[in-house]
Design a protein around this ligand. Sequence first.
Ligand code: SOE
Length: 373
Amino acid sequence: MQTKLRAGIIGTGFIATVHIRAIRNSGHELVAIAGSSAESATVVAQKFNIPKVFSTWQELVLSPDVDVVHICTPNELHAEICIAAAKANKQIVCEKPISVNGQEANAIEAAVLNSGVGFAVPFAYRFYPIVREMRARLLNGEAGSVHQMHGNYLQDWLADSTSDNWRVDSVAGGKSRAFADVGTHWCDLMEFVTGDRIARLTANTSKAYQERNGVKVQTEDIANIIFETVGGATGALTVSQVSLGRKNQLLIEVDGSKASYTFNQESPDTLLIGGRESNQIIMRGNDTLTSADGKRLSLLPSGHPQGYQDAFNAFISDAYDEFQGKMVVGVPGLRDGLRSAFLIEAVLLSAESKTWVNVREASGQSQTKMLAS
Ligand code: SOE
């Protein structure tokens, strides 16, 4: 029987509760929590029956009873906690963006490579069965040669000027907000399903409001990006947190010479394949999907929808399997965390300089480690 890993969560917000449910679902043990205060951690500990509350994240990271540290704090703390956790030899699950700038991302890379600990980043949309199906079909060449990728990640939770959150603050959240928070998900997913990579991009960022609740806004509400890929395709992405009526519309379209493929995160059980004479809708289910990975992640008969928490559960199960030395396909790791940090860096630089910018690649070492893991 597989040994249970013991998890500790740092953070008490929405995403921390998603991690909590996923750890419980995986059959591993959730042993401790820490938050910005012992009080806030106690509230979540009582709700989810978590045995131990630490008053500080430092105590949790150093605890001999914790094997895996989940970092669900505001972004400004990610690098410091990652580095401390790596030094303490803990496996790490760190929320995206893994850092608030490229230098911090490099420091995380050095600490993680130096200690050799496992590292996973919740680009959890990769774990929808339909996403794996789309990926398998694209990598099989079923779309023909890919001309372009386009789409958007649209939300509306910051659509009015009084809506606020730590992510709006450029210190707590980092200089990029809309792109770092949700644009990075789109880029990760697009690169994952196509196997291609954004080589260079030009970005325009803007704010819907100059102030929120009397405080000057320093981070973007909207980002429009045009890019070219290593594989020679072109693409366009719109990211917004002020698009009324859109909650988490992560829409990816891939246009090839033989077919187009469309995935919409808000209807994650269907894949649209576009053709000249007719369009096809593939439903999730063991009898409908052709890819082994799609079938593996498809837990319910089609018609009983699977959703975001199921995808997140699968991410945690696979990440923990990888921590325990199993070969698993598609767990977003150190290289993917770095990749998104470098994409954010390129978007900010391009928006500021109004020029095309090449996107930095992760170092050879983290790529080798990722391929070996
Ligand atoms: C908030 O914008 C948020 O919860 C993001 O932080 C997540 O990464 C995204 O998946 C949904 O929206």
